[in-house]
Design a protein around this ligand. Structure first.
Ligand SMILES: CC(C)(COP(=O)(O)OP(=O)(O)OC[C@H]1O[C@@H](n2cnc3c(N)ncnc32)[C@H](O)[C@@H]1OP(=O)(O)O)[C@@H](O)C(=O)NCCC(=O)NCCS
Length: 173
């Protein structure tokens, strides 16, 4: 397995023009299409980092704050936040703008988790670590451990009592 990698090495950006086939009868982008593009851009990012095939293990909460309209241009940016043993967390941010680039706005974001899979055995395989450099990268890296514990508790993979970083949060619920 290669040494720790830079987050910037796998950052992936995708741009899409919203066409009539992508919209609902109100002329707004269908949420499912946006989720599909978010899955694709984050899978490419995860695969570049892991240098292997990956599968989506889970997607954290996604909310849609304001509609994206027919003719808008959206930009999806996917960034690795942290690598664990066989899995990585990817942060995806979506922004929208009118075709000439006016009215730019943040649309939504989500955290995706991917597991690296060995093509022959189809079993999870270990992934390279990351070196967070900027303050923003370090912040996302530190908080990733708490998001991981919450999603593994919600998926029934670990018990709240086994969590090291969010145990008190569940004890108060
Ligand atoms: C994701 C998957 C590989 C995990 O397999 P598993 O046998 O449960 O594996 P393990 O329990 O040994 O966990 C392997 C890794 O997955 C992670 N994982 C498991 N469930 C997870 C979840 N719900 N969310 C985030 N990570 C998860 C574990 O934390 C572990 O990561 P780590 O090694 O970095 O600690 C398996 O459930 C799977 O293949 N799911 C289907 C994936 C799929 O088809 N996705 C859509 C199409 S791409």
């Amino acid at each position: 397995m290669s040494a720790n990698k830079l987050i910037s090495d796998s950052r992936t950006v995708m741009t899409e023009l919203i066409m009539p086939n992508d919209t609902n009868p109100l002329g707004d982008l269908m949420g499912g299409y946006l989720m599909r593009w978010m899955d694709i851009v984050s899978a490419i990012c995860a695969s570049r980092h892991c240098e292997s095939h990956v599968v989506t293990a889970s997607v954290d909460h996604i909310s849609f704050h304001e509609p994206i309209k027919l003719g808008d241009v959206i930009t999806l940016t996917a960034t690795i936040t942290r690598a664990f043993t066989t899995s990585v967390e990817v942060y995806v941010e979506v922004s929208a703008a009118d075709m000439p680039g006016t009215n730019p706005r943040q649309s939504n974001h989500a955290y995706f988790s991917f597991v690296a899979i060995d093509k022959e055995t189809r079993k999870p395989q270990s992934v390279p670590g990351i070196n967070p450099i900027t303050n923003e990268e370090k912040k996302l890296y530190e908080s990733a451990i708490r998001r991981r514990e919450i999603r593994l508790i919600l998926a029934g993979k670990i018990k709240p009592s086994e969590a090291l970083h969010v145990k008190s949060f569940f004890a108060e619920m």
